[in-house]
Ligand binder design. Sequence first.
Ligand code: DCP
Ligand code: MG
Ligand code: MN
Length: 344
Amino acid sequence: DKGGKRRQATCPNQDVIDKLEELKALHDVKPGEDDRWRVYGLNKAIAALRRCPTRIRTLEEAMKLNGVGEKTARKIIEIIQTGDLMRIQYETTEDIKAVKEFTGIYGVGANTARTWFNNGCRTLEDIAARKGGVKLSHAQEIGLRYYRDINTRIPRAEVQEIYDKIKGEALKLDPKLFIQVMGSFRRGKSTCGDIDILISRPVDDGKTHQGILRRLLAELHRQDIVTEDLCLPDNFEDLELVYRGLCRKGPGSLRRRIDFLTVPWVSRGAALLYYTGDDIFNRSLRLKANKMGYSLNQRGLYADVIRNKDRQKVTEGVLVASESEREILDILGVPWQEPHERVR
Ligand code: DCP
Ligand code: MG
Ligand code: MN
């Protein structure tokens, strides 16, 4: 993927790159001049490792990489020999640990987490005790209550089981519905962070999926499959809806994050492409589209989008393709890639 932003699935030093990225992220949030130089150095090393077609085995090989000095080379060898980097533990200071823990609460971003830390919170117990005047939204409260569940990855088989049940219930409501599981599951991952489900419906008989999600959710709540709502759509009568919530396989099972998305039939290809990801693959596609004068989003590929000086869209533009993933990739000149190939 020459010149592309995508990371190759086949990079022989990917584990090393991942650890260096982790270290880089730690320096990135610090304000020091030294930290900026370290980020710069790590970026060069990461770029060199990406280009390197073979597995690095010795210090000499590591030092031959462009822009890699002895210090970084020693880090590379440490990762290769131990699978870890002690420097990461050392650089992970109390504030970074707390912010990381707090952002594990559904609906909490880095800014909120940082504010809580500044107000004296250090642990989830502090948050639960509303220390320092912490206020939680409804969704955040659920996020805190099911913190362990939500932050546990879901085995693929469990996603399949929950999805099969939901698909069955949906098809009882309307057998002509188009239902598809997206995200990491569709990419073939062995565990998933959440369950992403797309719903649409062909319009050849003049009907649509309008109102289906409301009815489906009512039924899934009744059966105790969907257990909590985190984010409801404003208007359930729209064709394009996003829903976020929690679900479970059965009584006693862990709560799992679930996202539903409904889209007009015409948008299904663009929606599948977007919500299958991964996010890095999406970013490279959007970049490619922009370079070609198009604009790509979950609704479709558009031409003649007019933007203001802040790069905000003034007009939606002219729809060029949206019904199938293949059509969009073809126009962008991107060779077809199966979902499992669309990975960092
Ligand atoms: N997506 C994106 N950019 C984002 C968030 C999401 O392009 N900032 C797209 C790509 C993702 C898809 O939406 O693959 C689904 O989002 P998820 O957060 O559910 O991510 P995944 O399903 O890929 O991974 P996970 O197993 O963590 O759920
Ligand atoms: Mg997902
Ligand atoms: Mn999701």
